[in-house]
Ligand binder design. Structure first.
Ligand code: ZN
Length: 337
């Protein structure tokens, strides 16, 4: 990379998402480019799946090469373009908890809709509600929440027009009741790409977006991940617990996995300190047990004693705080080891 290019990379502002959504790869969703913005250059990085894209307005972004990454197992196994749950994993085979990278420096995130939800996850009128409903006027763009591959784009029962995206961490996001779909199964999308338009198709009493987050086919409250009031992602590293799949397990604000982790760290630290102290005491005891003493007799010299205990005069001096000139006193105990 040239110095100039590097300088550009280091000094420009963050990428304009609209400008780059469109520009990368044939599998990207064609979104109109902003006027005056065009692709200036594509740079390789150390990771063959990752490129840097530069735009004529000096914006840039890391992007994953959809063509390469979409060949990863997560995008090929348990894959079909019809079923809302192609995994068929028995509940007893779900992990008690799994920690997922939600976004890293390469991925991005786009809030589906910064709003007050109109209906929560959980039971509603005696029927299980697998996601949350976000007010969404018909025709409003529906954005991909994370980078991923379109698994379903079509009419799917009560969902009406549905888009299901699968993401590299194994999560799937669902976007239901859309009026119009802007992607097709197999497309690679980046966070923020327009994948559909809001609507009221399927079992819906008015325009809204039905949004779900699923893992291995099991839905959990999307509010564990996203604060829809602020539009912020709650976690970059998210611990998904099996109990979240329970139909009545709604997001609880007090629960903070990061605090739990910090608490765990503190416990580990205290435990490690305790162990270190115990080891120090044990070492001290072992050293004491290894000490040997000798009672000076008539005719002894330091070199005689050193020879007897296979040590040196200087060691004897050091252990007893003496010099070679110190007069040995008969009957005095000296340390020899
Ligand atoms: Zn809903």
């Amino acid at each position: 990379m040239s110095g100039l290019m590097l300088a550009v990379l280091l000094t420009v502002a963050g990428a304009n998402p609209d400008s780059l959504r469109a520009a990368y790869g044939k599998e990207s969703v064609p979104t109109p480019k902003l006027p005056g913005t065009s692709l200036a250059d594509t740079l390789d990085t150390g990771n063959p799946e990752v490129k840097v894209i530069l735009y004529s307005d000096h914006t840039w972004r890391y992007v994953r090469d959809g063509k390469k990454i979409s060949k990863n197992k997560v995008f090929t196994e348990d894959w079909n373009e019809v079923s809302t749950n192609p995994y068929r994993v028995a509940p007893e085979h779900l992990p008690d908890k799994v920690t997922l990278w939600i976004v890293d420096t390469l991925d991005s995130y786009c809030c589906p809709n910064k709003t007050q939800h109109s209906s929560l996850f959980g039971y509603r009128h005696g029927r299980r509600h697998q996601g949350i409903d976000l007010p969404y006027p018909t025709g409003t763009p529906v954005y991909a929440t994370f980078d991923g591959k379109v698994r379903i784009a079509g009419w799917t029962g009560g969902y009406g027009n549905l888009v299901v995206l699968r993401h590299a961490n194994g999560l799937e996001t669902f976007y239901g009741h859309c009026s119009e779909l802007k992607v097709k199964a197999g497309d690679w999308v980046h966070a923020g790409d327009v994948i559909a338009l809001g609507g009221s198709t399927g079992r819906s009493s008015g325009p809204h977006l039905h949004f779900e987050t699923r893992y291995k086919g099991y839905a959990f409250d999307p509010m564990w991940l996203i604060d829809f009031k602020t539009g912020e992602l709650r976690h970059r590293l998210f611990t998904l617990r099996k109990r979240y799949f329970d139909a009545n397990s709604r997001y609880v604000q007090e629960e903070d996995d990061e605090e739990v982790i910090a608490e765990g760290d503190e416990k580990d630290r205290i435990e490690a300190e305790k162990k270190a102290k115990e080891e120090a005491i044990a070492r001290q005891k072992a050293a004491e047990a290894a000490m040997q003493y000798y009672v000076i007799k008539s005719g002894d010299t330091l070199s005689k004693i050193a020879a007897k205990y296979r040590t040196s005069v200087s060691t004897l001096c050091r252990l007893n705080g003496m010099t070679v000139n110190t007069k040995l006193q008969i009957g005095k105990r000296i340390r020899v080891k």
